[in-house]
Design a protein around this ligand. Structure first.
Ligand code: SF4
Length: 371
């Protein structure tokens, strides 16, 4: 495959220059971050960036608005907090895990320790620092919440004994004791089979077959078709808290860290612009504008950076979404606001397409004028 585009996924050491300053993306394998680490991120956003923490669709955190000399200071702070365990691997630690894993009855297996093991194994192999930044690992605890994610290497829990490894269209059972090793070996096999600039296994001709051959595995099982969506609210011992537009201000971020300190000491960032905390009531979080009501109109609403963060944006889509969303009932489809036709960050599957066109918005192809 020939590709002229370079992989520009940002990290902490490789900051993207956006219209509003530097943008750093901090990988959180499994979406897990301790409360004290979250405080380091929050303080860094206040002192070095624009004060906000953004949650991404890969359960990572972004800080934007960085001055030219800020990334060095930021990387030192994150290194000391244990958020950069391997500098060469920082942009390839792309590992999703079901955020309610081990917390409620829909969880067939607690996959978070497996996600941590994949991260450790990945960082221990120097060659894997060469993985494309788009390459994605995912661990679904059996509920199907990550079934729709375009992961390169996905394992879905079958039961306490096995997970189903999926690289493409079919699955192969692997015992939990071997899952982390097999997932990392699949990534190594991808690098060995890669012929050019492929970023994903699906871009490699007969990629699934060739990688499984290298691993000595034979995929035969049908993949489960069931999927589920994690809603805001209480799920067993986990409280899912929707973060409007995935952007936490200082007060909200401090509230999330305090809630985590009062519970398990850990925050689980989800791929759906929400966080999971344990052992707390949602009242304090609601008070600072976060959402624990599954019927809130904020659930499922996303937006790209828009103005002033992106030079291509035709509108301040986030400000418009903040103005309009509280007036609307919850929509059955996700709603995505885009500042231009690239539609960055759009959800997978069907969604309500709110597109800025310069002097108003077009919604699902119909012009709506100015909101
Ligand atoms: S969709 Fe357009 S305006 Fe929005 S972040 Fe992407 S390039 Fe910028």
């Amino acid at each position: 495959m020939s590709r002229t585009q370079t992989d520009r996924c940002p990290g902490v050491l490789t900051v993207h220059q956006a219209a509003d300053g530097g943008l750093a993306r901090v990988r959180l394998p499994g979406g897990v971050v301790r409360a004290d680490q979250f405080d380091v991120l929050r303080t860094a956003a206040a002192e070095l960036g624009d004060g906000r923490l953004e949650l991404t669709s890969r359960a990572n955190v972004q800080i934007r608005g960085l001055a030219p000399d800020a990334p060095v200071e930021l990387s030192q702070r994150l290194f000391e907090a244990g958020l950069l365990p391997s500098l060469p691997h920082e942009r390839v630690r792309n590992i999703l895990a079901s955020p309610l894993s081990g917390l409620d009855q829909d969880s067939r297996y607690d996959v978070l320790p497996v996600a941590a093991a994949v991260d450790r194994d990945l960082c221990a192999r120097p060659g894997l620092a060469e993985l494309p930044r788009r390459f994605l690992f995912a661990l679904d605890d059996g509920r199907g919440d990550l079934a729709g994610v375009r992961a390169d290497v996905l394992v879905r829990a079958v039961d306490e004994r096995d997970g189903l490894l999926r690289l493409g269209t079919r699955g192969v059972r692997v015992g939990w004791g071997e899952v982390a090793e097999v997932m990392v070996a699949a990534a190594e096999a991808f690098l060995e089979e890669r012929e050019g600039q492929e970023w994903r296994i699906t871009e490699l001709e007969r990629g699934e077959e060739r990688i499984l051959d290298r691993l000595g595995l034979h995929a035969a099982e049908e993949l489960p078709s069931t999927s589920s969506v994690v809603q805001a609210g209480q799920h067993g011992s986990g409280l899912v808290v929707t973060v409007p537009l995935g952007s936490l201000n200082q007060e909200q971020a401090a509230g999330v860290a305090a809630a985590a300190r009062g519970g398990a000491g850990v925050i689980r960032v989800t791929p759906w612009r929400s966080v999971v905390v344990q052992g707390v009531s949602g009242e304090e979080l609601e008070r600072v504008g976060l959402v624990t009501d599954p019927d809130s109109a904020w659930n499922g609403v996303t937006a790209c950076a828009g103005q002033p963060g992106c030079a291509k944006a035709l509108a301040d889509v986030r400000a418009d979404a903040r103005r309009v969303t509280p007036r609307l009932p919850r929509h059955e489809r996700p709603i995505h606001w885009s500042g231009c036709e690239r539609r960055c960050g759009k959800p997978a599957g069907e969604f309500v397409d709110v597109l800025a066109v310069g002097n108003g918005y077009v919604i699902d192809g119909e012009r709506m004028g100015t909101w």
